[in-house]
Ligand binder design. Structure first.
Ligand SMILES: C[S@@+](CC[C@H](N)C(=O)[O-])C[C@H]1O[C@@H](n2cnc3c(N)ncnc32)[C@H](O)[C@@H]1O
Length: 524
């Protein structure tokens, strides 16, 4: 299905942004050697995608393409009361700590993240105090409180119009897709009642027009990144990173620093000169039908990338369903770029309408989603129950396996020392199943790959030791296993070291410690 958007108002930017290059990149380039900075990309425009970034020279895996502070950061949607400084949850109305200026609840006295450029600025504090918005917060119930905190992010964007013209102009450069969004009645009405009417009618803030508020809502929906980690989650807009186009098998990745929400975009694999630089707006372990539906609902375009165009998704078959009419047949979409195209068995030609597939996938997704992420037995039951309908590489099965490969060894009752040989083998199998697919869908320095590689080293190392002791394998077979362990540890530590999240940092550290221990034991 083609993308119907028109991009009339985008001017073509010919300049590349100044970006930091890695040492490796500098070594190949005299200019860069002198400055330490390099223009790695330029901005181009296409009818279908609007503006997007294109490499102006060959880029290596791990090269940093963009590193920047946010323009604005705010609370997520549907989340509830958070500290206006650090975005950590606060318990309302019990919270004792209040911002000394506007009296909104904060996490501690003082929260050191108050008065930051992109968050609860002095300007915002004075503005909220003058309008006495806290009076509403104090009388709201749970639902209204969630809405009130959802307004903070658009309000922060709008306040730039009053106190930071240059940032406001940068924001107004971003796509809002008002023409498309106006025709999505539920979305426009939701924004009208939850955001526009609250700001203008209830909070009596008349500094912004309805159109301006809707536009800011659109800019957020189209361009914002979900940021933060456990404890402090948020949404943020960045001056340059928003330009990255989407690809379901992207060549770059993004991470935000939990301390200050600064954004880093890095290449995951080799990018050729002239190739577009892409990130994945979604989640790698999701099948084409639902992935495209989500991208269209959330980002307002129908993706037609190579992965979406290929019914087998590069031979991974991660959307394929088992045929109920014959044995060993599998069903695939007859045209993955058409959401309505029927699905057909490759063996017996049995067909099913796309709408039935879609509603079944929704039901199964809801079931998987309702399982506590720490519930080993629940996830196992999901695989057992639906493995016969969904293919073994199906993305819903792989999602459960991805959770399980991290749970075995960590979850209560499944700590690593208590895992039987069978369960260790089970963990190994799940890791291998996920890794096989992720290596194809996200080759290179992929975070998911780094995590699974780290997880895989555990059963391999323990099983090899047990088997050597029981004389089920000899020394040279043991050394062969160790070789795989070492390569997994080296690769996962290389990938995860680049990720600022605490979990990834701990794994990278764990991988390095494991390598050191092997060296000390003179096994390497
Ligand atoms: C975050 S913005 C990216 C910057 C945008 N192209 C611009 O010019 O402002 C996201 C929007 O870019 C467009 N876009 C990004 N990736 C695309 C893709 N793979 N195919 C079609 N449109 C895409 C869509 O219009 C989407 O809503």
């Amino acid at each position: 299905m083609p993308n119907y958007k028109k991009k009339k108002h985008h001017s073509q930017h010919k300049h590349g942004h100044q970006t930091k290059s890695t040492k490796k990149d500098c070594e190949n380039d005299d200019d860069t050697l002198q400055s330490g900075w390099s223009k790695l990309y330029e901005i181009k425009t296409s009818e279908m995608m609007g503006r997007y970034l294109v490499a102006t020279k060959p880029i290596k895996p791990g090269d940093v393409l963009i590193e920047e502070s946010p323009l604005v950061v705010g609370p997520p949607t549907e989340y509830g009361p958070v500290c206006l400084g650090c975005l950590k949850k606060v318990v309302f109305p019990q919270s004792q700590c209040k911002c000394p200026g506007c009296h909104w609840p904060i996490c501690s006295q003082p929260c050191e993240k108050l008065n930051q450029d992109h968050g609860h600025t002095n300007f915002e504090c004075n503005f909220l105090r003058e309008k006495n918005v806290v009076q509403f917060i104090e009388k709201y119930g749970d639902n209204d409180l969630k809405v009130a905190y959802e307004i903070i992010f658009p309000l922060r964007c709008l306040l730039l119009k009053l106190h930071d013209k240059s940032k406001w102009e940068q924001l107004m450069e971003m796509e809002a897709h008002n023409d498309i969004r106006k025709n999505i009645t539920w979305l426009w009405t939701r924004n009208q009642t939850r955001i526009v009417n609250r700001i203008r009618n209830e909070w009596k803030i008349d500094d912004f027009t309805e159109e301006e508020i809707h536009t800011v809502c659109g800019i957020i929906e189209v361009n914002c990144f979900e940021v933060g980690h456990e404890g402090a989650k948020g949404r943020a807009l960045y001056p340059t990173s928003f330009l990255m186009a989407h690809d379901c098998s992207s060549n770059s990745t993004h991470t935000d620093n939990p301390e200050n929400f600064s954004m880093q975009i890095r290449a995951m694999r080799d990018i050729k000169k002239g190739e577009s630089i892409t990130v994945n707006y979604g989640y790698i372990l999701m099948g084409t039908l639902k992935r495209r539906e989500r991208l269209n609902m959330g980002k307002f375009f129908w993706c037609a990338c190579q992965r979406c165009s290929d019914p087998t998704e590069f031979g991974t078959y991660c959307s394929a369903l088992k045929c109920s009419s014959c044995s060993n047949g599998i069903l695939l979409s007859t045209n993955p770029l058409d959401q309505q195209a029927e699905w057909k068995c490759l063996k017996c030609s049995h067909t099913i309408e796309a709408k039935h597939i879609s509603s079944m996938l929704d039901k199964l997704f809801d079931q998987l989603d309702s399982i506590d992420p720490h519930d080993v037995k629940g996830q196992e039951m999901f695989i057992e129950r639906y493995g016969n309908i969904l293919g073994s590489n199906h993305y819903l099965i792989l999602s459960a396996k991805y959770d399980l490969c991290q749970l075995y060894g960590r979850a209560e009752d499944f700590l690593v020392d208590s895992l039987s040989e069978d369960l260790l083998k089970h963990k190994e199998d799940y890791c291998r199943d996920v890794l096989k697919v992720v290596k194809v869908l996200e080759p290179g320095l992929s975070r998911v790959k780094g995590i699974v590689m780290y997880e895989l080293h555990v059963p391999l190392l323990l099983l090899a030791g047990q088997r050597l002791r029981k004389e089920q394998i000899n020394k040279s077979e043991f050394m062969k296993c160790l070789k795989e362990v070492v390569s997994l540890l080296e690769e996962s530590s290389k990938i995860l070291k680049m990720e600022p999240g605490q979990k990834e940092q701990e794994m990278a550290h764990g991988a390095e410690m494991a390598l050191m221990t092997l060296k000390l034991q003179k096994l390497l």
